[in-house]
Design a protein around this ligand. Sequence first.
Ligand code: COA
Ligand code: MG
Length: 309
Amino acid sequence: MNTSTHTSTHTTTHLSARPRRSALYLPASNPKAIAKARTLAADIVILDLEDAVAPEMKASAREAAVAAVREGGFGAAEVAIRANGLDTEWGADDLAAIAGSGVDAVLVPKVSSPQDIARFNDALAHAPAALQLWTMIETCGSVLRLDAMGAMAASTRLSLWVMGTNDLAKEMRARLRPDRAPFLPMLGMAVAAARAHGLTILDGVCNEFRDQSVFRAEAAQGLLYGFDGKSLIHPDQIEPCNAVYSPSRDDLAWAEGVIAAFALPENAGKGAIRVDGKMTELLHLEEARRLVAMAEMIARAEATQGIDA
Ligand code: COA
Ligand code: MG
């Protein structure tokens, strides 16, 4: 299940309501990007040691990532470090450094099986209990073993998945195009598996960071499929992504109507009622409460960041 060091003071909010709308990657080898990330409104910052960092920069990027976490300054954002795989020459050193860094989460690449998740989890045996394990869904093997991998959430630190559509495209030899047709079946299955096992799930990146209309359409497609948020590669993608993944005014009006209707004395003890001419069940009440809780957390985070809602 989701754990978070940041929600403990808000006893009335659902853990699953923590906004994870936007997750910005940046190469940990790029000090300008790290400085910039501290000024941005991404819900998650991912300091990358893997594909965005050249081999000769791996060791210095690792040091820079740990130093950046220790220095802090990322506001309300959760911070993750993406490690190299355990089958690379850098993976073990990455995990050891990350385990002692105080970061919120370690994101690990190219896992394809429950055994792969167990290896990473074992490598973190001595890390603080609050350190979460997040994994990429980016190999063909991983999309074929989603259910078994998701089940690992019950016995490990696993709490979140990130789709890695660039690597999936490469392994499948599929083409990336704006409608993402080749990937739609696995996007839907990955969301279903994440929900079945109580994981948060983030959509893959949109490489087109200069074309806002392509980005907005892709972000909206991810929302339609049920993702909690989207991984991003450029600061310009944050605001549109947060907008797409925030509960809309209509969503909130619906949610407040549902909550109010279930609170009426004549509806006490009922499982299904009529709201605005539609059948509305207790499962809708749960979703309504989640939306309201998320909107409250977003408003609180924006207030602390001094950002206009
Ligand atoms: N995080 C934080 N800051 C970023 C950033 C990111 N992901 N991408 C760009 N910036 C900063 C730049 O440093 C620059 O800062 P400045 O105004 O202080 O000079 C500013 O935003 C504008 O950058 P821009 O010129 O538009 O982009 P670029 O051509 O320098 O970089 C990329 C383009 C794609 C190389 C860069 O966005 C990037 O490295 N993205 C992340 C890649 C990554 O982590 N991939 C792994 C996961 S898929
Ligand atoms: Mg990848």
